[in-house]
Write a protein of this length. Sequence first.
Lengths: 143, 194
Amino acid sequence: MRYAWIVAVLATALGAGCATKKGFEVPGQAFGCPIGDQKIASMEDLVKAKVVMEGSRTTVLPTEMRCSRSGDLLRIDANLNNDSKSVKRVSYKFRWIDREGMRAWEEEAWKPLMVYDNSNLMVNTVAPTNKAADFRLILRSME
Amino acid sequence: MNILHYVPRVAVVAAVALAAGCATEKTSYGDAKSVETVTNEFGSTDLQTIAESMARSMQTAPVIVSGNLPILTVQEVRNRTSEYIDTRAITDSIRSELQKGGKVRFAVDQSGLKQQTGEIDRQQSGYYAREQSVERGQMVGAQYRMEGNITSIVKQVRDTKDVYYKFNLQLWNIRNGLLEWSDEKEIRKTTTRG
């Protein structure tokens, strides 16, 4: 019983170490992606905050998005899902934003993509410059 | 022969000729970054996609990340496709993107060497103030050279043409001949008629 408090402290420390606050480890980040002071409570919130539809809307939607660092460059993985019964063609580009909220890079070229029916496709990229602190994934339908 | 018999035909021909002559030509500016699908030959979207993909990938290469602004030079990208492709335009775009990214520097390449040495020779000709003229023997050599290939496979049947492009780029260490980085980008385009 004498050592009960030591066991309790160890259990608490272990519990804290193993706490699964997945994606919310660093303040200002969610799933590794920069979020500033936005309230992001889930993957859906993150996708909503980072994805912009321009032009013709597409039913191909990102379902998951994760970010990491490659040196001092932001690296992004975005999973696009086509849950329809037909092949979908979309185009996408990333928009890079610096710490002041200004464009960190010129507008990228639209990149065409074909997503099979009932399929997922991973789109990944690396920021062109270390000035890029945030991003938006822009999507549009090509049909 | 009644001449009135030909009047409708002549009228139709005249109307067509008039319409053709009056056809208005319209020119408008477009988006240089939009997806171009006019034909399935190598186009602006392919060039932009390849350049962006290669430059972004190369920026994450260990020799670029760990190096202190390594110096690169651009060598040839061989066109092994059956069509004319200005491969210099691709390497120029890759170089621009890398240069703007600020992680590398570029030494003058083979194509620019004549102009570079010509300018040094001109400054050393005796017509310029000696203290402001560049000296011979001050140019910096590259540590890495960039070279690549573009190949294609074209398949065509009556109503379908399929083109597959593969662009491969490599970064070679000039000092020891090691391949430090390599990546490739594939593009498939299919055109169907009807």
